[in-house]
Design a protein around this ligand. Structure first.
Ligand code: COA
Length: 270
């Protein structure tokens, strides 16, 4: 839990993560570059700490997740740690990671994965839990778990299939092939590919644009799209409900008034 108000430019340092808030954008850097930012339990715990109570932090409007160093976003779950798990512990580990990734996907604040190199296994799973993915030209993507005698455990089989379809998903999952950033773009796995030096800039540019829109509507859009992928929810009905609810919100009054008065809307994100 982040139990204090975070001020602009304050560097937060946890064991394996550093984070900073700049103009409403909270940039979280996974910080184990010597292990290509592999997700060990401590790193996942740090990530959980930073994101679990985001709604109580109005000063944070949007989040970027990236990796330290020039080589990797995240090269997967920490294989050295996995090596010692029995089936019960492995299921607990998978559930722990899935809960964190679900929190990201269901967050009302937009998350971007700024992918700056290898996004493999748990790294790709983390990136896929974010709402958007911006990749550097040198990024590489894959789910290489079958090389280790494993299936993915942080929802990789589910989100990869949602994003790129069954045929390509099965191919990547069964072959463990690594694909390039242009290939990932063509498959719809990432939103944009940019030079490595521009990954954070592009991510911030997109979030800054989103932050000029209605936060109520942005939250609603995320929830509606997530509803499409939630078996127990009728996404079409959910959208009607969400649309209707917008009409009782201050953002709707501001958005419509601004249009009629021929001015830009001023939405309050805090
Ligand atoms: N878990 C634990 N440690 C990892 C890791 C992972 N997923 N990925 C990389 N590392 C560590 C390496 O063991 C090495 O540590 P060391 O210097 O103490 O030996 C360090 O990170 C650098 O990795 P290295 O393999 O030397 O870099 P490379 O450029 O030769 O290869 C990869 C890069 C990404 C191709 C290679 O590291 C790799 O295949 N990693 C595992 C990917 C994977 O299977 N992920 C899914 C896990 S479920």
């Amino acid at each position: 839990m982040i139990n204090h108000y975070i001020t602009n430019n304050e560097l937060i340092t946890l064991s394996n993560i550093k984070a900073v808030l700049e103009e409403g954008i909270f940039t979280i850097t996974l910080n184990r570059p010597d292990k290509l930012n592999a997700l060990n339990h401590q790193t996942l715990s740090d990530l959980k700490t930073l994101i679990e109570d985001l709604n109580e932090h109005p000063e944070i409007r949007a989040v970027i997740i990236t990796g330290a160093g020039e080589k990797a976003f995240v090269a997967g779950a920490d294989i050295a740690e996995l090596a010692h798990l029995n089936p019960t512990q492995a299921k607990e580990t998978a559930q722990f990671g899935c809960d964190i990734f679900n929190t990201i996907e269901q967050s009302s604040k937009p998350f971007i994965a700024a992918i700056n190199g290898f996004a493999l296994g748990g790294g790709l799973e983390l990136a896929m839990a974010c709402h958007l993915r911006i990749a550097s030209e040198n990024s590489r993507f894959g789910q290489p778990e079958v090389n280790l005698g494993l299936t993915p455990g942080y929802s990789g089989t589910q989100r990869l299939t949602q994003l790129i379809g069954k045929a390509k998903s099965l191919e990547l999952l069964m072959t463990a092939d690594m694909i390039t950033a242009p290939e990932a773009l063509e498959l719809g796995l990432v939103n944009h590919v940019v030079p490595a030096t521009e990954v954070l800039t592009k991510s911030k540019e997109i979030l800054t644009k989103i932050m000029t829109k209605s936060p109520t509507a942005v939250k609603g859009v995320i929830a509606c799209v997530n509803a499409y992928y939630t078996v127990s929810v009728d996404g079409f009905a959910y959208e009607i409900e969400t649309f209707g609810n917008c009409f009782g919100e201050a953002d709707f009054k501001e958005g419509v008034a601004a249009f009629l008065e021929k001015r830009k809307p001023a939405f309050a994100w805090s």
